[in-house]
Design a protein around this ligand. Structure first.
Ligand SMILES: Nc1ncnc2c1ncn2[C@@H]1O[C@H](COP(=O)(O)OP(=O)(O)OP(=O)(O)O)[C@@H](O)[C@H]1O
Length: 286
């Protein structure tokens, strides 16, 4: 599957321009991490990809065909986890998933439902009413409905929200396995979620793409722009963006990113998080 987003802009009726002339190509198999600060336009982009919203201008092609022409076909191949999804509180987990399987037109829905319940570790809650679940368990029900029927395209808006660290690792690995033969696009604020598993990152801010490439390429772009220093050594330099402050027995150790690091800052190898913060901080300065 190949999705071509061509010069897409999206302005909400309120007048807010959420995406500006954005172009992007997504091809399976791959696991693509969509990163960006709050309000960057990630959810809007995902809603356009599932045809829940129409772009104000530009086009989206799926395997060369306009999305709107193939919408029906696409929806049959799509697993989507929106950011806020309504669950049917009075249904049990299994009933809700049965209902979603019916909507997707799955043939052997019983087997498919049992399988996704196992995949998201909710066997113990299959008969529990959704209203009685914790936030993390509800999120797993959302992931389960997206996985139903093994769709070739998975669009997951902040799938790891509300999950504990152990569960996050479980799902990170699950998405990575899933993407071996499919196209998985997931949005997140959490760098660790994309660190070791995504083969491609797309960073957006203010509705525009700031970066697209591998995590290694993002890190390379930050080399020479990350360093550490003791707070007491700090000058008053402008343009230094502090990313961490740690209290130690010798004082406060700071980590910072900047276009040009002052002499008292000791250069350090960038992590993916440093590289992301460097990219975003440059955007903020411009
Ligand atoms: N229905 C809407 N009407 C008007 N403006 C909207 C609507 N939905 C989103 N926006 C605005 O569009 C911009 C992009 O929002 P979007 O939800 O796509 O960002 P996001 O990157 O997903 O943010 P977050 O990480 O906080 O979920 C924001 O400024 C937001 O306030």
């Amino acid at each position: 599957m190949e999705i071509n987003i061509q010069n897409v802009s999206m302005t909400y009726p309120s007048g807010k321009q959420a995406l500006q002339n954005l172009s992007l190509e997504l091809r399976s198999p791959s696991l693509i991490g969509l990163l960006g600060p709050n309000g960057a336009g990630k959810s809007t982009l995902m809603k356009l990809l599932v045809a829940a919203l129409l772009p104000t201008s530009g086009s989206i092609l799926v395997d060369g065909q306009p999305l709107l022409k193939t919408e029906r076909q696409l929806k049959a191949q799509l697993g989507y986890l929106p950011q806020d999804f309504g669950l049917f509180n009075e249904l049990t987990v299994a009933q809700f998933l049965d209902y979603m399987a019916a909507l997707k037109g799955l043939r052997d829905s019983g087997t498919a439902v049992r399988e996704v319940i196992r995949t998201v570790n909710l066997e113990g809650q299959a008969r529990a009413r959704i209203r009685s679940l914790s936030g993390g368990q509800r999120q797993r029900v959302g992931i389960a409905q997206a996985l139903l029927g093994a769709p070739p395209l998975l669009i997951l808006d902040e799938p790891t929200v509300g999950l504990d660290p152990e569960e996050r690792i479980h799902f990170r690995n699950l998405f990575s396995r899933t993407a071996q033969d499919r196209l998985v696009l997931l949005s997140t604020h959490i760098i660790e979620d994309v660190q070791s598993v995504c083969d491609r990152l797309v960073v957006i801010d203010h509705g525009q793409i700031l970066f697209t490439g591998t995590p290694e390429q993002l890190i390379q772009a930050a080399e020479g722009h990350v360093g550490v220093f003791w707070e007491r050594e700090a000058g008053q330099e402008q343009g230094l963006h502090i990313t961490a402050r740690v209290n130690t027995s010798q004082g406060v150790r700071c980590r910072a990113v900047a276009d040009a690091l002052p002499a008292y800052v000791q250069r350090s190898e960038p992590s993916l998080e440093d590289a992301y913060l460097y990219l975003i901080s440059r955007e903020a300065v411009q």
